[in-house]
Design a protein around this ligand. Structure first.
Ligand code: AMP
Length: 447
């Protein structure tokens, strides 16, 4: 397929020609007609796949010339670097289109951006916090937004921008088109989609389901978190073999917990990276792992994505990720550049479904190994593994809180509250007319 085959117009085709882009990337090909259809779209794609043009091509194709002040397109991204980059990309693509684009982000003087927005814009590319500040100052109104793009949404949520995103979502019209791109699917991303999107169409560049030949995969069925940790402690004792080990844990809280356990045993050999750690801490962790000072790095998926660390001897999937794409990203961190890499996949009974999905994507089974007998099987469960309490309508209680197993409600608590009992009693007594106009209802029924 070439760009000629997409329903583009001459100004866009000319810009693409100037850029010497001939064929759309897979995500561009898929995104074009889906976004043109006006439906909500969720794209799973990483940086480097051409995702910026994937959403900008159809958006620019549909955007009509206007002199109105309020922007019609809003693109939200997590960092100022990305704002700058996206604005540049849009400007290249819109070289022959009369369109006004502004980028706004925090950490710099707000007044220039304020003035920029007051001029009137068609497209605003923004980090959510700064945009909100500008709305509060009345530099811009978001009531004319027709299309909202949230790019790198997994990073945004991981950096804790949920609140800022919600603030912005409240200010833009409901009948907009939502477009979202994320490299990984996480629970938080799904929640955001469920809360704000209307039956979105999902597009993704088929991440290669073929693992590199030079990565040896080993699977272990392990009953719980603490037994998994015991297994790791056992493995990591062998410093020579396990010389550079990247351990993936799906959630920050669990990553912290594992890090604490491993630190007791391996102290300074061990470090951690996730988005609740400060920028300095993260940089130091990466450096120490990279240059071999620490041989064990515990990381969450999103944070480890950008790492380009050489010679990782082992990748340990401490959990079995729900999204098979995440597994492919994880194991790809080892076995780089012709080197042999080994990947371990630890699976609890609950995670077996995830293992199935991974094997389906790869069209191969992960060879399963017996847990060495020397590994102590723990019976202690972490809070997340304990049975859940089902308690309804208690706003003070976290649904995930651990507690005793579910039990039936007592008879007195089984009554269902239909609401408005007083009105129902009165209505029964006075036999209210069924419709307001039926004034003779009571007369007729008195007999
Ligand atoms: P992105 O994934 O949006 O960060 O894009 C990655 C890079 O690929 C950017 O430098 C784009 O300019 C470039 N690019 C985007 N689309 C194409 C294409 N169809 N052909 C070649 N390069 C492209």
């Amino acid at each position: 397929m070439t760009f000629q085959d997409l329903n583009l117009n001459t100004p866009l085709l000319n810009a693409l020609e100037d850029l010497k882009f001939e064929t759309p990337t897979p995500i561009q090909e898929q995104a074009f007609s889906t976004i043109m259809s006006g439906k909500d779209v969720v794209g799973i794609a990483q940086t480097g796949t051409g995702k910026t043009f994937a959403y900008m091509l159809p958006i620019l194709r549909m955007l009509k010339y206007s002199e109105q002040k309020n922007p019609r397109i809003l693109v939200m991204v997590p960092t100022r670097e990305l704002v700058v980059q996206v604005v540049e990309e849009i400007e290249k693509l819109a070289a022959y289109i009369n369109v006004r684009v502004a980028g706004v982000y925090g950490g710099v003087n707000i007044n220039t951006q304020h003035q920029d927005l007051l001029q009137g814009q068609d497209i605003v590319v923004a980090t959510p916090g700064r945009l909100y500040d500008l709305v509060i100052r009345r530099a811009v109104q978001l009531k004319s937004i027709q299309k909202l793009v949230i790019d790198e949404v997994d990073v945004m949520l991981d950096l804790g921008f949920r609140f800022q995103i919600n603030n912005i979502l409240e200010l833009i019209p409901d009948n907009r088109q939502n477009i979202m791109f994320s490299a990984t699917m996480t629970e938080a991303v799904e929640e955001l989609i469920d809360a704000n999107f209307r039956t979105p169409e999902k597009i993704s560049v088929a991440i290669s389901g073929t693992p590199l030949d030079n990565i040896e995969q080993r699977g272990y069925k392990i009953p719980n978190f603490h037994t998994k940790a015991n297994f790791l402690k056992e493995l990591l004792k062998d410093k020579e073999t396990y010389s550079k080990v990247l351990i993936f844990v799906g959630y920050k809280r669990l990553a912290d917990r594992l890090f604490e356990i491993l630190s007791l045993e391996f102290e300074e050999e061990c470090t951690i990276i996730h988005s609740n750690k400060s920028q300095n801490y993260r940089l130091r962790s990466i450096r120490q792992f990279g240059d071999g000072f620490c041989r064990i790095l515990v990381a969450t998926d999103v944070m480890a994505r950008g790492l380009d660390i050489e010679h990782v001897s082992h990748v340990i999937n401490f959990d079995t990720p729900e999204y098979p794409e995440n597994y492919m990203h994880r194991i790809g961190r080892t076995g780089r550049a012709e080197r042999q890499g080994i990947s371990f996949l630890l699976t609890t009974e609950k995670e077996e479904e995830n293992l199935e999905k991974i094997q389906t994507l790869m069209r191969m089974e992960v060879p399963q190994f017996e847990l060495p007998e020397s590994v102590e099987i723990s019976t202690i469960l972490i809070p997340e593994e304990q049975p859940k309490v089902f308690e309804i309508n208690n706003p003070n209680k976290n649904e995930d809180a651990p507690g005793p197993a579910f039990h039936e409600k007592s008879a007195k608590n089984q009554k269902v509250n239909l609401g408005g009992s007083y009105r129902r009693e009165i209505a029964k007594k006075y036999k209210k007319p069924k419709t307001r106009g039926d004034k003779n209802y009571n007369k007729r029924n008195k007999k």
